[in-house]
Ligand binder design. Structure first.
Ligand code: SF4
Length: 472
């Protein structure tokens, strides 16, 4: 499963806004590793530097020094729509002066193809294959004069998930879709303002967290400060996976710090699936806190049985299966001296396709573990995501194909326990109805997505439809 993207914006005259954006993107690197970019405005024109690679690979002192201005936006990309190519790297700069905008997007627009066709027919040229360009062209196509009205026009046409930062020559905007699927927050820095996907980015650059941007809210920042505009929001649908895996544990979403929420997932797992064992470990880093929680609740000692190589880059540095297969070995090294002859509880964040977990189990068994008991912080993922998370098509999801005992046998574990939906909600300690949990339940906040799911099923290779066929 891959994260979506990270976005950041800063309005701070007199500050080195490009450098601030660089360090904020560095803190948001976990949200996207394929490309990175920064755009700045000096009040007269917008300029951008974006390229493929990690933030530290894309920028140098030289490239940052070229990005002068008082306003900046930045983006870390993992491609959810549009291929992983330099021309798709964000921020995108579009429009003709004086109506030029720079835009960076986290999420996925489900009616992007329809909008793309409509705007193409109206003469708007597209130079990328991203849904972000459809958003930008929709904003630019509005006949309204005021930028907030233009954004409002676009919001009424857009379906899907979008946390956006946008910049004109003189203003910075933050926009969150009416469901609030992806996070977005507001902070201050030295008299200026910042917007970020996650609050951890604010901490790292010394900014003060003010509040989260509300679902359906537009925040407009200029020389007179911050103005807020609210579009109608019928239902909240914050992605529950932000709590399980995507966001950093030191971030705050919906007022809840993620680290204790993840610890509580481990507590709940220990209560739902107790087992006699010698050691507990969380798969680093996303399940570390949940592993601690399981250990605390079960009184089984905590250990580090797998060490993660943090310098190898990400497992998903290239989105192809062969590299992904190699990735587990590149990423983890087991500790036989700790694991030998032990019954080990292994807490992990999720099982998606079921390609990584059997390798982790085998690594531990080869290192001497006598029993491996897998405990998963998420309920079984049976439906794909259309909200900006590239997990898989439905026919690739192991829990859509197999029963839980079959999955246990497939991954080679002695026992397997998935956290229940109620256990997950209890751990997050927020009302159930503010979350999207469609990948567990199939209850999508937007009905059109079911049609996309049906299409995905129809195009699944025949071998994936039996013996655990999903057309029945
Ligand atoms: S379908 Fe799952 S991954 Fe996608 S937004 Fe909803 S909860 Fe998150």
């Amino acid at each position: 499963m891959r994260e979506c993207c990270g976005v950041f914006g800063v309005y701070a005259p007199g500050e080195d806004v490009a450098r601030l954006t660089f360090f904020a993107l560095f803190a948001l690197q976990h949200r996207g590793q394929e490309s990175a970019g920064i755009a700045t405005s000096n009040g007269k024109r917008l300029q951008v530097h974006a390229d493929m690679g990690l933030v530290s690979q894309v920028f140098s002192e030289d490239s940052l020094s070229q990005l002068a201005g008082d306003i900046a936006i930045g983006h870390n990309r993992y491609s959810t729509r549009g291929s992983s190519q330099i021309y798709n790297a964000q921020p995108l700069v579009l429009g003709k002066a004086p109506n030029t905008i720079a835009i960076a997007h986290n999420g996925n627009i489900v009616n992007a193809e329809h909008l793309h066709k409509e705007l193409s027919d109206r003469g708007y040229a597209f130079r990328t294959s991203t849904d972000t360009e459809a958003i930008a062209n929709l904003i630019l196509s509005s006949h309204e004069k005021d930028w907030v009205d233009r954004i409002r026009y676009a919001m009424r046409r857009l379906q899907g998930a979008y946390s956006l930062v946008l910049m004109t020559n003189h203003k910075l905007f933050g926009v969150r879709d009416p469901f609030g699927v992806r996070p977005l927050c507001l902070g201050t820095i030295n008299g200026g303002w910042v917007i970020a996907s996650e609050s951890c980015a604010l901490d790292h650059i010394g900014a003060n967290f003010i509040r989260e941007i509300e679902p359906g809210e537009i925040v407009s920042i200029g020389e007179n400060g911050v103005d807020s505009y609210q579009e109608e929001s019928e239902r909240r649908a914050t992605c529950i996976f932000e709590y399980i895996y995507f966001a950093r544990p030191d971030s705050v979403i919906n007022g809840r710090l993620l680290y204790p929420a993840r610890q509580a997932m481990g507590h709940e797992l220990a209560q739902e699936y107790p087992v006699d064992a010698d050691l507990v470990m969380g798969v680093p880093d996303s399940a570390t806190a949940a592993g601690i929680g399981y250990s605390q609740c079960s009184n089984i000692p905590l250990c580090e049985g797998l060490l993660k190589n943090r310098y190898v880059g990400r497992t998903f540095i290239e989105p192809d299966q062969r590299i992904r297969d190699l990735g587990v070995k590149l990423k983890f090294n087991p500790l036989p001296q700790i694991l030998d002859d032990k019954r080990v509880v292994v807490v992990d964040d999720s099982i998606v396709r079921g390609t990584t977990t059997p390798k982790v189990v085998k690594l531990l068994q080869r290192a001497g573990a006598k029993e491996v008991h897998m405990r998963i912080c998420a309920p079984p993922i049976r439906y794909p995501c259309f909200f900006g998370v590239d997990m898989a098509s439905r026919w690739e999801l192991i829990a859509a194909q197999k029963t839980i005992p079959e999955i246990r046998d497939f991954i080679g574990a002695d026992t397997l326990g998935y956290l229940s939906i109620d256990g997950l909600v209890k751990a997050v300690a927020l009302p159930k109805d503010i979350f999207c949990m469609a990948c567990f339940t199939g209850d999508y906040p937007i009905p059109v997505q079911l049609e996309m799911d049906k299409l995905a099923l129809e195009t699944a290779p025949a071998e994936y439809l039996s013996p655990f066929g999903i057309r029945q």
